[in-house]
Design a protein around this ligand. Sequence first.
Ligand SMILES: Cc1ncc(COP(=O)(O)O)c(C=O)c1O
Length: 427
Amino acid sequence: MDHFISLKNIQTYVSSCINSGLFNTIDDTSAVFYDFNHLFYKIKLLRKAFPESTFHTTAIKANPLIKVLHEIKKIGFGSEAASKGELFLAQKAGFNNNKIVFDSPAKTHSELEYALKKDFHINADSIMELDRIAKIKKSVKSESTIGLRVNPQVGYGKIISTSLAGEYSKFGVPLKSHKQEILDCFKKYNWLTGIHLHIGSQGCEVELLLNGIESGLKLIKEINELLKVDHREVFFIDIGGGLPVSYHHNMSPTDIIEYGEKISEMLTCYNLNKLQVITEFGRYLHANSGFIISKVEYVKHYEESNTLIIHSGADILLRECLNPDNWYHEFSLLDKTGKLKQAGKTKNYHIAGPLCFANDIVARDVELPEASEGDYIVIHDTGGYTFSMWSKYVSRLLPKIIGINNDSYEVLRKREKLTDILDYWSE
Ligand SMILES: Cc1ncc(COP(=O)(O)O)c(C=O)c1O
């Protein structure tokens, strides 16, 4: 299988759904397609890349669809939840409590109490949070494993807004200035057994990710040295997610096998092979596993530019519209039956969404075959961090999400109805 869903498969998926009526060409002005076959391929590679003992989770925020979470659970993975809502989803998807990793920088007292009672794995984001956990633990019996998130301060990636290991980050305890405090916590709290780090999401080169992990391993060596007298040691390292994917179809993505091998080498080098590794990948699993189709409602030819008005804009592609220098997708054009429009005569188009603000433009100057009203724009590689970042601005209806598993199709989430919008904005 390729790193991307092929155009051949996209045409098959779209035309099958149009023919069967699953994609209703009148009411479905756009739809998200999610390919489980591709997800399973990514999971297979991930498993191959890491030691067998690794505990893999998926970052729910990248793709919170309950049916997707359910498939991931069936495979034996856990899930990483970053809010009360995500915890609820993880439980509803059927993950065992000890397979749920609770990360959030703003855990309330009652959320922590609940997480401890349910024996979720918890990563504390600060020393203040550890102190809060310590207080709650006095009155709550818990089997939770607990880690502390550190910021290894190894530098920023190419995208500042998704880089979390620079000198300053709102997440984790800064390692350079607070190492002693971190060591003190491990000494003080005998239930603190792991280190958590997450260097960033997309834009972080593998070398940066590995530097961050190496800092974590060095820290663990120091902690272990300190705890030796108590016959204790650090039990796990949670390396977060952050493996970058490719959105450019002529560029190969980062090789996860190489990444896994390098991590294994480091574990050996630091004599930490016994350490339980936890991963929290989101984008790696999902981004290339989905695509959007969106109807060309109007083709506007002006002297200044040609603009296609489609039904997917900043409501579903928020980062792409607000920060186009950092976020990129490839586009293709299908006719109204789902067949690829082949290049012949081409034109450059701005691809604009349906919202009422100037920057609601998904991409500019995209070369495409000549487009007509009723065609469909394919926005490739939108299986992660798209519909999960859905914005209600202008009260548009979240489109239908269609899943493909082997050769069968099912609706993973129905198109929103007008009454859903009313519910959302009502008391
Ligand atoms: C704590 C944590 N873990 C994992 C992830 C997933 O990152 P990615 O989707 O880049 O793998 C995120 C996303 O930002 C995160 O904040």
